[in-house]
Design a protein around this ligand. Structure first.
Ligand code: SAM
Length: 311
């Protein structure tokens, strides 16, 4: 009883801080506290929203699909070195290593806990019999994936040394994002590419700053950072002399289908979630899913793939 009260208070406090204060410490805490919630909801350790088509049957499949789309969009087949900033549990890196035999990946994450877990579990995941994960054994993995504990705004990698920088659903946390873009320019080789996938706020949104956080629902917790717009990102990229090669809007394949899945499977998911978390948290999650779908349908939020080339 006492334990549940403490847990309840600390989760409430964390939600409030993640919406209002949003510093790097809060972001790490949000992931440390809620990544297990994501694992229950999705059945895996990928931390992105996923990309849904008419054949997608569950969130894990959608997340793997988004990981693949990201690799294709970033032309990882023509790269030798990739820096993945905000690498989660390094599962995206594992998929890309498996798919692109040419690639060496530096996984950079502010969360030491995620990096440690990634480091110790990579071997296990590779041997997973799960058909959906479908990763056969990759030789020499220790010389192809490297883990770095640092922040997006101060990256311990030398100038002009990598072909691609990936911010795979992570740049929404980077603050100030201008500093990350600056670092990316410094680290990328000439003609190298910065590839980003992220939730954005659209110009249609005329909400006030605080009510934005309120209306975005679960995004205000998992998107616990600044709410960037594409026009801001474009102007920062151009300022740092990037050529903006492409922007794709894919929000329609992201938010609505995920919310639909949650609503349809709520009873099962709820019973799993409340084994580990207070009931009110599941209720917040459910309501947030509904809000997220509504804001996406009204085109107040979207999700973009951005490709920018270093000139
Ligand atoms: C939504 S998750 C995406 C993780 C991964 N790309 C995936 O799809 O599984 C965002 C990640 O960014 C990391 N992150 C947040 N702020 C960061 C920062 N300032 N510098 C580096 N990593 C950060 C978090 O720890 C988390 O791993």
């Amino acid at each position: 009883m006492v334990y549940r009260t403490i847990l309840l208070r600390s989760i409430l406090g964390l939600i409030i801080l993640s919406i209002l204060r949003r510093n790097e410490h809060d972001i790490v805490n949000v992931y440390d506290t809620f990544s297990n919630l994501m694992r229950i909801t999705t059945g895996g350790k990928l931390l992105n929203f996923g990309y849904w088509t008419k054949d997608t049957i569950n969130p894990l499949q959608a997340q793997i699909q988004l990981t693949r789309i990201f690799g294709t969009y970033g032309s990882f087949d023509t790269a030798q070195t990739l820096l993945d900033v905000g690498s989660g549990f390094s599962i995206p890196a594992l998929h890309w290593i498996h798919r692109y035999s040419n690639l060496k990946i530096f996984c950079l994450n502010i969360s030491l806990k995620q990096l440690k877990s990634a480091n110790s579990e990579i071997g296990k995941i590779q041997h997973s019999k799960d058909n959906m994960i479908n990763l056969s054994f990759t030789r020499n993995i220790d010389n192809r994936i490297f883990h770095i504990n640092s922040t997006s705004t101060s990256i311990p990698i030398r100038n002009e040394s990598v072909d691609r920088i990936a911010a795979f659903e992570s740049a929404q946390h980077f603050k100030p994002i201008a500093q990350f873009i600056h670092e990316s320019r410094r680290i990328l080789k000439y003609s190298g590419q910065l590839i980003m996938a992220m939730p954005v706020i659209t110009n249609n949104s005329d909400l006030m700053p605080f009510s934005k956080s309120y209306n975005l629902g679960i995004l205000a917790v998992t998107w616990a950072s600044e709410h960037y717009s594409v026009s801001l990102l474009e102007s920062l990229l151009r300022k740092d002399d990037f050529e903006l090669s492409n922007v794709e809007y894919i929000g329609g394949k992201i938010y609505g289908p995920l919310a639909e899945y949650y609503i349809q499977n709520r009873d099962r998911l709820r019973s799993e979630i409340i084994k580990e978390y207070p009931k009110f948290l599941e209720l917040i999650l459910y309501k947030s899913m509904i809000k997220m779908k509504r804001e996406s349908d009204r085109n107040f939020i979207n999700y973009v793939l951005i490709r920018a080339t270093r000139k």
